[in-house]
Design a protein around this ligand. Structure first.
Ligand SMILES: Cc1ncc(COP(=O)(O)O)c(C=O)c1O
Length: 356
């Protein structure tokens, strides 16, 4: 089976972990600090704050932007559930709006229509490694005085008109094992706002600035130096990993004919966390998945149920109808695009997909 994801774990990662073990200092320390510095540079921002996951990054970023009970945050339903959950953790209400079928991302026109006096923030999700239409979203945010918390969990290295993901609002990244840059589990917040950065650092560590003096309620969301060491080794190779993903996606796009392939608009740098096709026209997506799997092609369905249709979420947001997201949830299949694919793998994927 050609797997849908395969983490790049080489000598650099192994050696980095051994060095931390040998140092005897495993918790958040110098490697985490270096990882934060390097991550901030990579995203073109002043601060990066390492944390335990993309979920905790989003949670803290929202809190640091003043989101709380009684507020609304507008976001997409076509995402991993953590995006919406992080809003709920703050006590705020997620407001789901529909997406653009071509990009899979939140539709700014729908965002504009959903703003109310309670709206505090917009959470665009750069799904699959492709950024949202940030100029349009920024214009809405400026008009209504809203914060932007970017869910860039899948989008390290992506750019919008030359601006890196995570540099356009408060950025939140996941370093989960299958992400383009990973640390096993982990997350990162990026910002150039000193106050937001300071608040995130405090939230991460029980509201402390001075040891054992607690200025606010906080969490233990600290990254370990073991994770940071892996992340640092990965970050060194970000450009190489991304170039391979982009070459793989370009090849798939040039050869696949039987289904709707993803598009990339001018001015966007796609980093292909996922390469996602649409099996449209009333064809049976689940049968297509079975056919591909039987032929040895690994697949993923990201995501089969939009957030507003999840069982518990219906009690929270009611019977919202978002037809584009609901349709795409029935049509999408992600194919392997990771950096370890060989030319033979790519050709096998193309051949099987074109047989659908
Ligand atoms: C779009 C999106 N948001 C949030 C998350 C949450 O990240 P994590 O799994 O690191 O908590 C993920 C990760 O899977 C994601 O893909």
């Amino acid at each position: 089976m050609i797997p849908i994801a395969k983490p790049m774990i080489g000598d650099a990662e192994k050696q980095a972990v051994m060095e931390v073990l040998d140092s005897g200092m495993l918790a958040q320390g110098p490697r985490t600090a270096r990882f934060e510095e390097r991550f901030a540079q990579a995203c073109g921002v002043k601060h990066a704050i390492a944390t335990t996951s993309g979920t905790t990054a989003l949670h803290m970023a929202l809190l640091a932007n003043g989101v709380g009970a009684g507020d609304e945050v507008i976001t997409t339903p076509f995402t991993f559930i953590a995006s919406a959950n992080s809003i709920l953790f703050t006590g705020a209400q997620p407001v789901f709006v529909d997406i653009d079928p071509e990009t899979f991302n939140i539709d700014p026109e729908q965002v504009a229509k959903a703003v109310t006096p309670r709206t505090r923030a917009i959470m665009p999700v750069h799904l699959y490694g492709y950024m949202c239409d940030m100029d349009a979203l920024q214009a809405i945010a400026d008009r209504h005085g809203l914060k932007i918390v970017e869910d860039a969990c899948q989008a390290i290295g992506a750019a919008y008109h030359g601006k890196p993901a995570g540099s356009l609002g408060t950025g939140c990244f996941s370093l989960y094992a299958t992400k383009n840059v990973m640390s096993g589990e982990g997350g990162m917040i990026t910002t150039s706002d000193d106050a937001v950065a300071e608040k995130c650092r405090m939230l991460r560590n029980h509201g402390m600035k001075r040891r054992y003096y607690h200025d606010m309620l906080g969490f233990n969301f600290r990254m370990t130096d073991l994770c940071a060491a892996i992340g640092l080794a990965q970050l060194d190779r970000l450009e190489d990993f991304t170039a391979r993903r982009r070459a793989n996606a370009a090849y798939l796009n040039s050869k696949i004919e039987s289904v709707i392939t993803p598009t990339v608009k001018d001015g966007y740098r796609h980093v292909w966390h996922q390469y996602t096709i649409r099996v449209g026209g009333g064809r049976d997506r689940d049968a297509a998945v079975r056919q591909l799997n039987e032929a040895g092609i690994g697949t993923g369905v990201f995501y089969p149920v939009p957030a507003h249709r999840q069982e518990y979420m219906r009690d929270i947001v009611g019977a919202v109808q978002l037809p584009v997201a609901e349709q795409l949830a029935e049509e999408v299949i992600s194919l392997p695009v990771h950096p370890q694919l060989s030319q033979a793998d790519l050709d096998a994927i193309v051949a099987e997909v074109n047989r659908l």
